[in-house]
Ligand binder design. Structure first.
Ligand SMILES: [Mn+2]
Length: 160
């Protein structure tokens, strides 16, 4: 193994350790303060066969994930289809790079936005949260179509 490969592996391990400790630390502190769960969110711009945005929220120790075919909403009132896809491990929040040809999801992955979010409400068909990213900021809601993998990701209008 070359030193550079060892460095990459070391880096990946350190990233995982960091994300884990960071989320534990922040949650212990802030859940006590506010009673609300705080986690990481990430949006990965994925130039697969079809360009889409993978919107991921830390929940239940994994990244709950939705594929959004258009740019996620930045303006209040904008709605986007968000198709529920498989959970990803938390470490994946840092992934950027190229998934090789022949593998599932082949294509370039770039982090489009990332930050912390606060969970406001969670039920079977509705998840409300506040994002604090570079691009996505403010109150959002995910609403599930009845018994379906399809959700709507909506940026809420500011409360008066
Ligand atoms: Mn994807």
């Amino acid at each position: 193994m070359f030193w550079s490969e060892q460095y990459v592996v070391f880096n990946q391990i350190m990233n995982s350790v960091f994300i884990f400790l960071y989320s534990v630390m922040i949650n212990v502190e802030l859940t006590e303060l506010t009673g609300q769960f705080l986690g990481i969110f990430v949006v990965q711009r994925h130039r697969a066969r079809r360009l889409h945005y993978d919107f991921r929220l830390e929940m239940d120790g994994v990244l709950k994930s939705w594929a959004v075919p258009k740019e996620p909403p930045l303006q209040p009132g904008v709605k986007r289809l968000a198709v529920e896809v498989e959970d990803h491990p938390l470490e994946y929040a840092n992934f950027e790079g190229v998934i090789p040809e022949g593998m599932y999801g082949a294509g370039r992955v770039e982090i489009w936005d990332k930050g912390l979010y606060q969970l406001k409400h969670r039920s079977e068909n509705k998840i409300e949260f506040t994002l604090n990213g570079e691009k996505m900021k403010g109150d959002y809601v995910l609403i599930r179509f009845k018994d379906d993998k399809n959700w709507l990701l909506i940026k809420k209008k500011a409360q008066p």
